[in-house]
Design a protein around this ligand. Sequence first.
Ligand SMILES: C[S@@+](CC[C@H](N)C(=O)[O-])C[C@H]1O[C@@H](n2cnc3c(N)ncnc32)[C@H](O)[C@@H]1O
Length: 228
Amino acid sequence: MVVLITKEFSDPIINFYEEGIYSPSTDSYLVIDYLKKCINEYFFNEIPIRNITKILDLGTGTGIIAIFLQILKIQIPDFNPIIYASDISQKALKNAKINERENKLEKEIKFIHSDLFNSFPNSLKHSFDVIIFNPPYLPSSEIIKDKQEIDLSWDGGKEGLELILRFIEEAKLFLSLNRQSFIYLVSSSRTNLKWLGEKINFQGYAHEIVAKTHVFFEDIMLNRLKLQ
Ligand SMILES: C[S@@+](CC[C@H](N)C(=O)[O-])C[C@H]1O[C@@H](n2cnc3c(N)ncnc32)[C@H](O)[C@@H]1O
């Protein structure tokens, strides 16, 4: 009989040094709590944690998810992936780097400034076992002139899905082919979920909801996508 010893993991220290950076919210902690569960089970679904070599936290914001993963590496010797964190916002990356330092991690996370995967080097193609994206997923009801930094965190396009659709298409090129690999993607009941599900299937992914929470007027879901 295998006895699982459940460890408690604390959340990283997160501070704000730039304006307009997304403040970790219910959606961020839905991801963090799910990662805690995976680590306690020693599996990211079917992937044993010791087989995971690269994880990408896309749209890292304050860096909370990437920093949490990097801290886990210190606590769990079997968990040793290289952690990448990217964002379209230079300010977010600057803030995330400071938060990395404040968590006593010395330039260990690999930061990439990029609009989705546009500026990723070719060497990272087909290399990630896990890609995590807590995206902007709210519909922009009107065309925003003069976009502010914070709008990048919530504006998912006219229907709230445009950026996610680009992501699920482009991510295929960066998921590892050698081993099993997954995407963990946050979505909200405020977007057209039926349509999103159809698009995910159309791109060749199997899809299931692995965690869910309710906050005020919406359900927030963590979706696991796996190429078929
Ligand atoms: C909802 S916030 C999530 C932040 C953080 N991951 C968290 O969970 O707290 C979305 C993040 O995606 C970034 N983002 C928006 N559009 C992007 C794009 N096209 N490429 C990369 N990052 C993007 C935003 O700047 C923002 O930091």
